[in-house]
Design a protein around this ligand. Sequence first.
Ligand code: SF4
Length: 421
Amino acid sequence: MLAPVWENRSVSDLLNAPFLASDTASDLFSEPKPSPASLLLMGKGIDLASERGVECDGALPRTSPRDIVERARAARAALGERAFILGHHYQRDEVIALADVTGDSFKLAREAAARPEAEFILFCGVHFMAESADILTSDFQKVILPDLAAGCSMADMANIEQVEAAWDDLIAAGIAEDTIPVTYMNSTAAIKAFTGRHGGTVCTSSNAEVALRWAFDQVGGVEGRGKVLFLPDQHLGRNTAALRLGISLDECVVYNPYRPNGGLTPEELKNARMILWRGHCSVHGRFSLRNVEEIRAKIPGVTVISHPECKHEVIAASDMVGSTEYIIKALEAAEPGSDWAIGTELNLVRRLAQEHPDKNVHYLDSTVCFCSTMNRIDLPHLTWAMEQILAGEVPNQITVDEDDARWARSALDQMLALPGL
Ligand code: SF4
């Protein structure tokens, strides 16, 4: 098998499932039906076990589908340059249509920082992204998440208490001094701050290789005996270590925060090079090797392109691997008539199919899966947030406490100092 292409360098089925029609219309017609569970999902109540752990009143706009678009446009126009709207690539089309800029989490945080004149940053993404924007913007700017229930299941898989306990295990095993923590952007501000306090860095799906090489250089180089504690996505850590740095899978261990000592013996910790946190993305983790095999059988010559949050066997069987920005550029550069099977979130894949009618774009799974938390942000929530601001309120502001913000910024600054960004 040929090695897949990972971004601009070298790595190694999609059923022809029709894309679902947008669920926007039904969302717009539905009225909230409060119950304790649904109110929590809508943002009312406190879920301290999750990364959001915050409370809002659960108020939703009682809007008519006949005027919601006009209301949204009117509110956007009235806010003018006081507001800047960021739309993550995985957002619904109705939200993207109102976004001033679209991008992945890192690009959006930088875009927010580059708009110091905007008093309100409306972040149409998930909670950890809004935290990063708050860290990188000035005190004058207020970052708004239109629905506080828009969290990230991956970020929720590592909380700061668990990570502090894991570090204690590394200290007890005598390896903490030889270990650098590296956290993916998709983590809470508290965990970014943890990496800053311990001399580590943050990485994105685009620069994970550079960040890991830098981290190993702090403890003797990739060929040395130093270690990296990689949070919270085991797949991005494993794929980058094995396919880009040449570290063997045997030297990658998975730390399970729900088991004593992570489920590892002190010897296993000592022998490891990559200590991978037991976290994953609930969307990208769905893709399987069988999906790849089925699409190749069904569409000979299809190019399989996957996001590095997918499982190792999916990445190893893909033709190309890269971040959402990389996938978008690959489709832009593709030959007319070419076949593409894409392993990333469905809203983006659908949009790519619409934008490239001259290419055959398929979804790398037989079952449809949106990022359900990202999809919490919809036109009613965004409109409500804008109208609240116009009424003099500051709805759903996301703030990071000063000490965490300082250390998280230190880890982010370290990332910005890495080559290639
Ligand atoms: S796609 Fe995965 S990593 Fe991204 S926000 Fe959704 S759950 Fe989190």
